[in-house]
Design a protein around this ligand. Sequence first.
Ligand SMILES: [Ca+2]
Ligand SMILES: [Ca+2]
Length: 344
Amino acid sequence: MIVPVERATEHSRPLLLVMFLAFAAACGEEEPSAEEQREPEHFTSRSELVASVSGLETPESVRYDPVADAYFVSNIVGGPGTRDGVGFISVVGADGTVRELRFIDGGKKGATLNAPKGMAISGDTLWVADIDVLRAFHRTTGAPLTTVDLVPHGAVFLNDVVVGADGAKYVTDTGLRFDAAGAMSHVGPDRIFRIDGTLVTVAAEGDALGAPNGIAAVPSGGFVLAPNGIPTLQRWAGPAGGSPEVLAEGPGSYDGVEVLADGRLLVSSWADSTVHEVIESEMRPLIRGVNSPADIGVDTRRGNVAIPLFLENRMEIWSIPPVPAGDEAGDLPKSAESAVPAAH
Ligand SMILES: [Ca+2]
Ligand SMILES: [Ca+2]
């Protein structure tokens, strides 16, 4: 077991969230001791804390908008699978200043949001995964634009969305269900949907996806997948590329994944409350002590990473340090670029 469910109960966390963790725990390996969960004294992060942003409500995902120089932050408010009509999207400046807490607010101005999670920006459209639909809003006004209903395609628990090199949207389906009491189960099917205009197809499906959570596009083509249910970070060439392959092994219970300009990857793990960096196929801790780190977002202007702390209703912004000196020697194959063949 890797996530301390008992500990969460002690702290009177909502049952839903405990159950959310329970899934991660059920899929993990060994539960770290309380000692291991604390910041190890010998560990000195190369990252520095830039800001801590409070006032959020079950923040699940962060997406940086380089045009606005701000982060969008999705707030679930309530259960992650509950169609309660309550949820909102915040705009937070790059320095951590909340510009507009409820930029898009479920139930207001024609907007519907139930349990918003992953987001992607395409032109002036902000796409938001919301349980079993993909919603589009205007990036600068927040006005609702359109909704792509994935219910007819069997969507269960949409989690993250990204725009691929081909311009289509790719959405992970973690395959989780919650009953009336808030108990969670993984029912599958694990899927990645592809949405091209109004055309929806299943681009990947099967247990090999390991309850897919985070997805990031690699500039040269293909994707990196951060599964919730297996400890393997994966590379996936795309719809024509077959099954995902092993990219790196780590603690599991992954949520967000980002590809950096230098080819490194950042991936968050609930299992050890850490954001890891991946250089080639090696995953190692970069930022520790971040409790329930959900879907991270990277400020590409400054080289910062924003980490939503799902269970703490806040977000932290940390600096991303350069590649360690020892790793600069030689021709360092870039993690993502080398692992994922270009999709042609
Ligand atoms: Ca909600
Ligand atoms: Ca997620």
